[in-house]
Design a protein around this ligand. Structure first.
Ligand code: UTP
Length: 295
């Protein structure tokens, strides 16, 4: 019997240097796309996939992320007193006990951040969300990215990573998979992983995006790992070592990915989501038309 995916790790201890000075006192994961912080989109996606136990790997200056999911007694009391609806806060409510934080004292890389969660993850498969990559499922489609991955996990088990197709000349900025046997249009076996390959050496144009389902053994691999590119402990390197020993598949995400770790990607996400919001689409479209005509 396959163990269900009940836990999700959200590494949020990075420094967010690409967004300075905005991220000097505010965590990158709290930057809002319209009216929800990035972390909220990721948590919503986890819950849609049936995952309720949330593990945040935090660091100094990241308290706002945890407070976002706490009760804001004063705010709620004042709002109720003024007859205001509180349902706008519904998504921020978490069942008591379902949010755990662990500390990464020094940001030594994504792999190290995940390893910091080892005691809470324990001996079960778990999901990973990089909240600065925003994954938006197709309306009326197969659901969010993690939902699609959990569906695939229920079919094949083992380890899964979400991938996206990009133009071949863009691969050098990403982790790239070497595909093996194709199981279906969306599901492919993974036989290798390469971090930031040269265009000529890239084994495919399928890049790793920020969602994973991994078996707990990855923690042991991370523990024994040397520092990789940039002097950081890389998750890709640890995953690459597990290939062959355990089933490893890639799920081609049916939906859109916004790289909210970069400024242009963040603006794209904001505009794209605004154009889909019934409460603001017309107004934003008119603003965009005017700005384009003037530019
Ligand atoms: P990024 O490299 O995108 O985030 O890491 P960063 O380091 O915060 O941003 P820049 O490049 O300096 O602008 C992907 C995710 O992994 C987390 C980050 O918080 C982000 O959610 N992370 C990264 C950690 O938790 N610890 C680390 O040591 C590194």
């Amino acid at each position: 019997m396959r163990k269900p995916i009940r836990k999700a790790v959200f590494p949020v201890a990075g420094l967010g240097t690409r967004f300075l000075p905005a991220t000097k006192a505010i965590p990158k994961e709290m930057l809002p796309v319209i009216d929800r912080p990035l972390i909220q989109y990721a948590v919503d996606e986890a819950r849609e996939a049936g995952i309720e136990q949330l593990i945040f790997v935090t660091g100094r200056g990241k308290t706002a992320i945890v407070e976002h999911f706490d009760t804001a007694y004063e705010l709620e009391h004042t709002m109720s007193g003024r007859g205001k609806q509180l349902d706008v806060l519904d998504a921020t409510r978490i069942q008591p006990g379902n949010l755990v934080t662990v500390r990464q004292q020094v940001p030594m890389g994504l792999g190290h951040a995940i390893w910091c969660a080892r005691a809470v993850v324990g001996d079960e498969p778990f999901a990973i969300f990089l909240p600065d990559e925003m994954m938006v499922g197709e309306p009326g489609g197969k659901g969010g990215c993690m939902k699609q991955m959990v569906d695939a996990y229920n079919e094949v088990g083992g380890n899964l990573i979400s991938v996206l197709e990009v133009p071949q000349d863009e691969v050098s900025s990403y982790g790239v998979i070497a595909p093996g046997v194709k199981i279906s249009d969306a599901l492919t076996e993974v036989v290798g992983l390469v971090e930031k390959p040269k265009v000529a050496d890239a084994p495919s144009n399928l890049i790793i995006s920020g969602r994973y389902i991994l078996q707990p053994e990855v923690m042991r691999t991370l523990e024994n790992q040397e520092k990789g590119a940039g002097g950081e402990i890389q998750l890709t390197d640890a995953m690459a070592r597990m290939i062959g020993g355990q089933p490893f598949h890639a799920v081609k995400f049916a939906g859109r990915r916004f790289d909210c770790g970069s400024k242009a990607g963040f603006v794209e996400a904001t505009l794209s989501l605004a154009l889909e919001r019934p409460d603001m689409a017309d107004e934003v479209r008119a603003i965009m038309r005017r700005l384009l005509a003037e530019s």
